[in-house]
Structure formats: structure tokens, C-alpha cells
Design a protein around this ligand. Structure first.
Ligand SMILES: [Zn+2]
Length: 292
């Protein structure tokens, strides 16, 4: 493990012991909601997001928020590798259950075949099952991606585990739009590229943003296609819906003192080191390979 938590003394015992609360999973959601909120989160409420002092004994029970196209999955995935905790994306859980012979599989197949949305309850059951299995295997934390999406989901999550940090990845809407409109897929090999070359000048004290394109190799260049839902109207609507739904959730975590707002300064090369800095993390391997 190349990762070193600069200020965190890893304490696998304390972090794994508390990570899924026993006994709640079998109760109904209504019962778990009624369950006392008298608990002592590892990360105390009302205090600022962990930037430096007082993070000793901190665990990694994180949630990643961010609008579609911001790169949430990418950063959550990188951090999960760095920290040795699983990146749990609820979309993956649904796909895994569908391809298994688990108890929810046939129910899920029916829902998906009818084109319906998978209910909160099913998502929560899948997630809790995954967290419990992870705890049994000795996992010491997790990074959630795609859950919670609503305050209700966040409250249910709070009843079974202690989320200690919520990272909200942000990019200006104009950049997100440009980024989404620049997406291309190779019609032959299915690889993703991006032709947008984004350079936003800094102004009014805000830093500029630059994102290099991800151009296709010559063999793919003539076969690029655009996803049918990457039109300006569709992307704008997607962002509007996201904003409307996510604001109350962000506020919920802001009040708890767990929200870390992170304005991405650009693409991965610009953003990754800054994100690590904001999280008080160090990526030794990255430094070694950069120095080599
Ligand atoms: Zn190709």
C-alpha cells in the first residue's frame, strides 16, 4: 500500500468495528428511522471537514457527491485504490445482483425489464448487504458513489453507519456542459474520448480551469460517435435536475459539518494532487513515478 495518511493513524479495529451497525439491517426502514440518533460519530457533528488537525483515528467512511460528468467515479475509484477501501457504486451493486442468483435478482430483473426505477428500499438492502459482507471480510471502510441521493436515504444511512466525510466535487456548469458535449465514443472498440479543450480564465479571485482533451488514437479517429443523450438541451436538463435534488442533501451534510466542497481545478493531472491535499493524503507512489 503506497498510501500514507499524513495525519491519520490507521486503527483498523476501531474503524471496522463500527462500520456497520449490527441488528439494524433486519429491521424495517421505518423502525430504523425511529431508532435513536443518539450516537457518537467518529467525526463529530458541527466541526469542519477534516483539514488537518484532529483527524487522528479518522476512518474512511466517505460519500462522494457530484453532478453527472464531473468525474466522481474516477476520483472515488482512485482514492479507493490508494486507501485500500472499496469503491461502492450503487449502479454496480444493481448490475452485480442482476447477474447473480441472489434473492433480489428475479425481483430486480422484473423491475428493469419493465423499465421502472429501482426503489430506495432495494438499493438500501443491496448496499447494506454489501457493507455487511465487507465488514465480515475485514474491510475497514468504504467510499460510496451514487448513494445517498436524498435526505431520506442519508438519514437511513446515518442509522446504520457513521459517515465521516462527504466530498462534493464541483465544476462550473459551463465547463460541465463543454465537457459533456466533447465526449466521443469509438464506434468500433467502444473506448471513450473527449475532444473538448477547456480553458477558462480565472477571474474575481477564482482560479482558472484547464482541461486537456483526450484525443483518440489514429485508428479510432474516423469512427467516433457522440452519445445521443449528449446534446446541449439534455445535458442542461440533467444538470438542472441534479442541482435541484442535490442541494437539500448537500445542506444536510453541511449542517452536520461533514461536507467538503471541492472545486476541481481542471482534469485529473491538475485535480488529483489538490484533492489529496484537501484530504490530507499523500500518494507516495505517484510522487515516485513523477520523480522517475
Ligand atoms: Zn477504437
Amino acid at each position: 500500500m503506497a498510501a500514507v495518511l499524513r495525519l491519520l493513524k490507521p486503527s483498523p479495529l476501531s474503524s471496522s468495528a463500527a462500520f456497520v451497525r449490527r441488528g439494524l439491517l433486519s429491521t424495517t426502514i421505518a423502525a430504523s428511522e425511529a431508532d435513536a440518533r443518539a450516537k457518537s460519530p467518529l467525526y463529530p457533528r458541527g466541526s469542519p471537514a477534516p483539514r488537518g488537525a484532529g483527524t487522528e483515528g479518522r476512518s474512511v467512511q466517505w460519500v462522494f457527491l457530484g453532478c453527472p460528468g464531473v468525474g466522481k467515479g474516477t476520483y472515488a475509484g482512485r482514492l479507493s485504490t490508494l486507501l485500500g477501501v472499496p469503491h461502492i457504486a450503487t449502479g454496480d451493486l444493481v448490475r452485480e445482483e442482476l447477474s447473480s442468483s441472489g434473492p433480489l435478482s428475479s425481483q430486480l430483473t422484473e423491475i428493469v425489464n419493465q423499465g421502472k426505477l429501482v426503489s430506495d428500499e432495494i438499493i438500501i438492502r443491496l448496499l447494506f448487504k454489501r457493507l455487511e459482507a465487507g465488514e465480515a471480510k475485514g474491510e475497514t471502510g468504504f467510499i460510496l458513489d451514487g448513494f445517498p441521493r436524498t435526505i431520506r436515504q442519508a438519514e437511513i444511512l446515518d442509522d446504520v453507519t457513521d459517515i465521516d466525510l462527504v466530498v462534493n466535487l464541483k465544476l462550473p456548469e459551463s465547463v460541465l456542459l463543454e465537457k459533456c458535449l466533447g465526449r466521443r465514443i469509438c464506434g468500433e472498440c467502444g473506448k471513450n474520448f473527449n475532444v473538448a479543450d477547456i480553458k477558462v480564465q480565472g477571474e474575481n479571485g477564482r482560479p482558472g480551469i484547464s482541461m486537456a482533451p483526450l484525443p483518440p488514437p489514429p485508428q479510432c479517429a474516423s469512427k467516433l460517435v457522440t452519445r445521443s443523450d449528449d446534446t446541449e438541451d439534455v445535458v442542461k436538463e440533467r444538470l438542472r435536475v441534479y442541482k435541484e435534488k442535490s442541494q437539500p442533501l448537500e445542506e444536510f451534510y453541511r449542517i452536520q459539518g461533514k461536507l467538503l466542497e471541492f472545486d476541481l481545478p481542471g482534469g485529473i493531472p491538475e485535480s488529483w494532487p489538490k484533492l489529496l491535499e484537501a484530504l490530507n493524503l499523500d500518494d507516495h507512489e505517484e510522487k515516485r513515478s513523477a520523480a522517475a
